[in-house]
Design a protein around this ligand. Structure first.
Ligand code: URA
Ligand code: SF4
Length: 220
C-alpha cells in the first residue's frame, strides 16, 4: 500500500487512554500533513476530572513554540474572561480541535495563521474525543466554529446556536455522565473586534462562559 492519503489520528491512539499516555502518543501523530511544518504537537492542559473543558481551534504561533494551548494573546483574553465569569482555572481543561499549528509564511519569516480545513479537523478529532473520555467534563465549551463543527457537525452555526445547551452526537463519544456542550465565539474574534461593539462582544463572551459553567462545581 502506498502512503498517499493521511489516514487520520486513529491509528496513533495508544491502548492506554490516560491523559499522560495520550499526550505522549500525540507527540508522534502523523494523522494529517500539519505535523510536517509545525514545531510540535500542542496537547491539552489540565487534569482528568476538570468539570469544564474549553476547546479552541488550533494552536497559534506562540502555542506552537511553547507546546501549550492558549498562552498567546487569545489565551490572555480567555484567562481574563474566565476570571470575570468566576471560573477557577483549576476547574478547566483547555485544548484545541486541531493539535498542530497550520500557517503560511509571509515575507520569509512571519507565520500567518491559516484556518484548518474539514479534513484536518476530522483527522484530529480522535484526540479530542479521547480527551473528552479521559477528562469526563461536565461542560464542554466550544470556542468558535472550528471546535463546534468538530463536535456538532459541519453544518453547525455558532451564530444561530450560541449559548444553547446541546449534547454530543452519541456516535462520537461514550462518556458517562453525559457532558453538556455549549458553543460560543472564539476569544480571537473578540480580540480582533476593534469596532465600537468590542466591549459588548467581550461582555457577551463572559456571559456565555458564566452561564455555561453555572451549576457546575467550580471549586478545585
Ligand atoms: N487559539 C486557539 O484556538 N487555541 C490556542 O491554543 C490559541 C489560540
Ligand atoms: Fe495528528 Fe492532529 Fe497533528 Fe494532524 S493536526 S498530525 S491529526 S495531531
Amino acid at each position: 500500500m502506498t502512503a498517499t492519503k493521511a489516514p487520520g489520528a486513529d491509528r496513533y491512539l495508544p491502548a492506554e487512554r490516560g491523559l499522560d499516555a495520550l499526550r505522549a502518543a500525540a507527540e508522534c501523530c502523523r494523522g494529517c500533513q500539519l505535523f510536517a511544518d509545525a514545531t510540535q504537537t500542542v496537547f491539552g492542559r489540565g487534569r482528568a476530572g476538570a468539570p469544564i473543558m474549553l476547546v479552541g481551534e488550533q494552536p497559534g504561533d506562540r502555542e506552537d513554540r511553547a507546546g501549550e494551548p492558549f498562552v498567546g494573546p487569545a489565551g490572555r483574553l480567555l484567562d481574563r474572561a474566565l476570571e470575570e465569569a468566576g471560573i477557577d482555572p483549576a476547574c478547566t481543561y483547555e485544548t484545541n480541535a486541531v493539535k498542530h499549528f497550520k500557517f503560511t509564511r509571509k515575507g520569509g519569516k512571519r507565520r500567518i495563521h491559516q484556518k484548518p480545513g474539514r479534513t484536518e479537523v476530522v483527522a484530529c478529532r480522535p484526540w479530542l474525543i479521547a480527551e473528552i473520555e479521559a477528562v469526563r467534563p461536565r461542560v464542554i465549551v466550544c470556542l468558535g466554529a472550528t471546535a463546534a463543527q468538530s463536535l456538532l457537525g459541519a453544518a453547525f452555526r455558532v451564530s444561530a446556536e450560541r449559548g444553547r445547551q446541546l449534547r454530543l452526537p452519541a456516535a462520537l463519544a461514550d462518556v458517562e455522565p453525559e457532558p453538556v456542550v455549549v458553543a460560543t465565539v472564539h476569544p480571537s474574534a473578540v480580540l480582533r473586534d476593534r469596532s465600537d461593539r468590542h466591549d459588548e462582544a467581550y461582555r457577551l463572551f463572559v456571559d456565555d462562559l458564566r452561564s455555561a459553567s453555572s451549576g457546575v462545581v467550580t471549586g478545585p
